[in-house]
Ligand binder design. Sequence first.
Ligand code: CMC
Length: 396
Amino acid sequence: MAQQQGDNLRHARTGIELRPGLDGVPATKSAICDIDGEQGLLTYRGYPMEDLAVNSSFLETAYLLIWGELPTDAQLQAFEHEVQMHRRVSFRVRDMMKCFPASGHPMDALQSSAASLGLFYSRRAIDDPGYIYKAVVRLIAKIPTMVAAFQLIRKGQDPIQPRDDLAYSANFLYMLTEREPDPRAARIFDRCLMLHAEHSLNASTFSARVTASTLTDPYAVIASAVGTLAGPLHGGANEDVLAMLEAVGSPAQAGSFLDEAIAAKRKIMGFGHREYKVKDPRAVILQSLVEEMFNDFGHDDLYDVARAIEEEAMTRLGPKGIYPNVDFYSGLVYRKLGIPRDLFTPVFAIARVAGWLAHWREQLGANRIFRPSQIYSGAPPRRWTPMEKRAESPAD
Ligand code: CMC
C-alpha cells in the first residue's frame, strides 16, 4: 500500500519513506570497513588503506578482512600455503569452460565457473569453522586460476597450471600472460588487489550478504556478487574508462568532451561515488601506482588524457562532489601489465572476493534473512478478464 506525501512515498503501515537505491539507509551492522566520504578516508578493520597499501600484501589483507586481525607470521604462512595448495581447478571445470563461447564476456565465464564450484564441494556445512576456512581458501585460490584459464581457452589454448614457486599475484600474471612477471610489476598488481579488496556495503557486497542470508553455499554467494559487480555502474566501469580515454584521444579534447557529455546528461565513467564527495582515496593511491608503473616500464599517452579530464572536471563536476573513483586510474595500470581490457572487471573480482567472504562470515555470525518491504504501485484488485474482452497491452 502506498501513500503519497508531497514528493515522498511512504509505506502506509510503517510510515517509512522510500529511499531509491537505499541511499543513506543502513541495511546491516559491520566491523569490516569504514569510509569517511567527506574526508576521503578508508579503513579495513581500522587500518588506513594508505598504510596497508605500502606495508601489507593482498593475502595478508584478505586474512585481516576475513578474520578481523592481522595474522601472525605462522598464521600467514599457513594461509599462503593453503591458498597455494588449492590453486588448481578440476579438469571438469576447465572442460566446462571450453564449452563457453569464446566471444562471451569473461565476467559471465567467471560467474558460471564460480557457481560450478558448488557442484564439487559439499554444500551448506556453513556452521562448521573448518568448512568455512576451506571455502575461503578455495575461492581465493581458484578465482584467479579460472580467470586466467578462460583467457587462454578463448584464444584456443590449454590453460597453464599454477606455479608453486610464485607468490599469489606473480602466479596470476604468469598464468595469464604465460611469462613470469617482473617482480616490480607483480608488487604493483598486488597493491591494486589490496585497494580493491573491500569497500563496505556496495552493490555486489550487498548482493553477497543477501544471498548469504538465505544460508546457501558460499559458491552461490560469490557467484551472485560476481554478477552484480559486472554492471557498468559498478565494477564494469573500469573497462569503459579506457574506451572513453581512447575516444577522447588527446588532452586538448578533454574540456569539449566533458561539456558535450554533461550537456547530454551522460555519466563520465570512473567519476562519482555514492559515499565519496571528494577524490576517492583509492584513486589517489592508484594514480601514484600508475606513475610508478610508467617510471619503471614506460609512459602511456592515455595517462595524459586522463589527467586532463580530471583537471577539466574539477570546475565542471567538482562543485557537485563528483571526483575520480577507484575505476578511473586502475585500467591504466592493468593495460601496462598486458591485461586485456575485458579482464579488468574479473581482476576486480579476484580482489573483491576477500571482502565478499568477510561479509559472508559476518552475515552468518548474526544472520537474519533480508526481506525488505516495497511500496506497491500497481493496479488495484480486479477480476480475471476473459480473452475476448482483453485489449492489446501497450508493450505490443
Ligand atoms: N558523471 C557525470 N555526472 C554524474 C556522475 C558522473 N560520473 N555521477 C553522478 N553524476 C551526477 C548525476 O547526473 C546526478 O546529477 P543530477 O542531480 O543533476 O541529476 C548526480 O550526480 C547524482 O548522481 P546519481 O547517479 O544519482 O548518484 P549515485 O550515488 O546514485 O551513483 C554512481 C553513483 C557511482 C553509480 C555514479 O556516480 C556513476 O554512475 N558513475 C559512473 C560509473 C562509475 O564510475 N562507476 C564506478 C563506481 S566506483 C567503483 C565501484 O563501485 O565499482
